[in-house]
Structures are given as structure tokens and as C-alpha cells.
Design a protein around this ligand. Sequence first.
Ligand SMILES: Cc1cc2nc3c(=O)[nH]c(=O)nc-3n(C[C@H](O)[C@H](O)[C@H](O)COP(=O)(O)OP(=O)(O)OC[C@H]3O[C@@H](n4cnc5c(N)ncnc54)[C@H](O)[C@@H]3O)c2cc1C
Length: 329
Amino acid sequence: MNIARGGQFLVTETKSEDIFTPEDFSEEQLMMRDSVKEFVDREIWPNKDRFEKKDYAFTEETMRKAGELGFLGVAVPEEYGGMGMGFVSTMLVCDYISGATGSFSTAFGAHTGIGTMPITLYGTEEQKLKYVPKLASGEWFGAYCLTEPGAGSDANSGKTKAVLSEDGTHYKITGQKMWISNAGFCSVFIVFARIGDDKNITGFIVENDPANGISMNEEEHKLGIRASSTRQVFFSDTKVPVENMLSERGNGFKIAMNALNVGRIKLAAACLDAQRRVTSGAVKYANERVQFNTPIANFGAIRSKLAEMATNCYAGESASYRAAKNIED
Ligand SMILES: Cc1cc2nc3c(=O)[nH]c(=O)nc-3n(C[C@H](O)[C@H](O)[C@H](O)COP(=O)(O)OP(=O)(O)OC[C@H]3O[C@@H](n4cnc5c(N)ncnc54)[C@H](O)[C@@H]3O)c2cc1C
């Protein structure tokens, strides 16, 4: 297949049969979509107010249920306890599981993406066997510690330090991380720290153990995604075995960016089902609501708005799945 690169899709002719659309989903993908939708309708949609009222424990409980149904391991290879499905399926699950509340979809996205992917993409065989099955099943949850008070967009400028012990068996990590999603209930952190005066940071797998110099602030008060756990995390001489380094010394920035890059398109998918649900809700309301003895759906201005919403849904869905299939190929 001839895949358009960069902005080529704007100028090159593409055959319609080469473009993947939701009509091309396989039977297996449609079954997966239906079971995710059923899960959301049963477990999440009726409990939206609990998420709105910052019920963090409920987010964790719902994540565990998602794990039991296998939804946390869709992208994880089968040999590490996942389903080993392709990128389009990963997008499909992300799309439908995010339909009810951003709180759950943030917890889901942070865990399955930046909390798990650095190990599946860059871990050694031992690291993958030790951590990934637990993350794929939801027995453990993952969080990703890159951002610091002075290092946001400029993520490679973090001040967190990793110092090798004299006997060479472990690193001691010291530093402050902030805005860490899932911090409140995770078992394992992916932590980025600098060794010596290295130009680039290094990635480490750090088990969450308060007795090992790990502490956190209270949950952040947020305007939205209110039941997604977001905390500051402090590491104080936290001992991390040398075998828990991810990839090589100085490779952390690459790991951090690649984990985030996969997440960017999933953020587009995470808007789709919410958009479908909002559009359907608006159509239903416009047909029920009567003003001037007429359902407001009969007014041209309302019809125009509904048409625009439906068009945006279609465009978002088409663009997301076309790009997802290109990535998969
Ligand atoms: C709810 C939430 C959850 C999060 N979860 C995590 C997590 O799990 N793990 C983690 O590590 N981090 C997490 N973050 C942190 C997030 O990744 C950072 O907020 C992000 O990297 C931006 O950093 P900043 O907020 O410090 O903004 P800044 O870097 O201070 O940027 C402020 C503004 O300046 C703009 N800007 C910056 N540089 C440039 C430039 N060169 N040119 C033009 N404009 C520029 C930015 O676009 C932005 O508008 C989370 C944040 C939030 C809000």
C-alpha cells in the first residue's frame, strides 16, 4: 500500500479502496467494540456523578473491572498477558471506553499508554515478564513521572537526580514530579531522572513503596476529569535496582517522547464516542423540546447546528481511523 507521508495526503491522489474507514472493521473488532460499549453503559455511564464528585476509589474500582475484561491489555503482546491486537483495535477500545467521562478515560489512557508502553517498547525481557502481565491484567496500575515544577514542555530539563550506589547495585533517585496521573493508586512509576551531568535523562521502573522514600501531595483540584488521580510525587533517596533502568543510560528522553507520541492520536480517539453521544443526545432533545408549538428540531438554525455536529463526528472518526490504519501498516 502507498502511504502518504507528512502533508502528502493534501496533494497526492489516493484510491478510495486504500482508505480504511469504520466500515472496514473486522468481526473481531466489532465484537470488541460492542463489549466495551456494554461495559461503559453498565459500569460508567450510570455512575457519572460519582466521577464528577471526585470518587477516586471508584475510578480505581472501575479500572480493575476493565482489567478483568481484558481491556487494559488490548495492545500488549500475548506473551506478556495481553491480547496482542493491532493499533486500530487499540484505537477502537480507546474510542468507546472514553465515551462517558474523561475521568475514566484519563486513568485508562495514562495506564495503558504512558504507564505501560515504556516497558513494552523498551523493557528487557526480564522487565517485561515481571511487570507487563500485572499491568495488562489490572492487578497493578502504572503512572509516568516526567513533568517537574520547572520542566513541563521542556521535559528534558528535569532536575530529578539518579545517583549510582558505591557498590553499583542500585540508583538513588531524588526529585519532585508533578501532575502525575494515576499516582494515587498506582503500583509502579516510570520515572525519568538525570545521571550526573548527562545531556539527556534516563528512564527507570520504580515500584511504589512509601517505605522507600516515596511520598505525595493531596489530589489536585481540577475543573474537569475530576476523579482522575493527579498528584505531586516526591522521591527522596529512593533505591532502584540497576536492573530497573529502562533501555540505556541517557535514552530516557527518547522513551518519554515515543510513549507520548503514541498517546497523541489516542487522544483524538478518546473524543469520538463522547462526540457521538453528545450529538445523539442533542438530536433527541431537539426533537422533544417544543417552542412556538414546534419541536425545535424543525428550525433551520437548530438543524444547521445538528448537521455541523454530525459532520464533525464523521470527519473526526474518518481521520482518526484512517491514520490509525496507516500507523498499523
Ligand atoms: C491533568 C493533567 C495530567 C497530567 N498527567 C501527567 C502525567 O501523568 N505525567 C507527566 O509527566 N506529566 C503530566 N502532566 C503534565 C503535562 O504533561 C504538562 O502540563 C505539559 O507537559 C505542559 O507543561 P506545563 O504545564 O508546565 O506548561 P509550560 O511548559 O509551562 O507551557 C505553558 C504554555 O507555554 C507554551 N509553550 C511552551 N513552550 C513553548 C514554545 N517553545 N513555543 C511556544 N509556546 C510554548 C505551552 O504550549 C503552554 O501553552 C499532566 C498535566 C495535567 C494538566
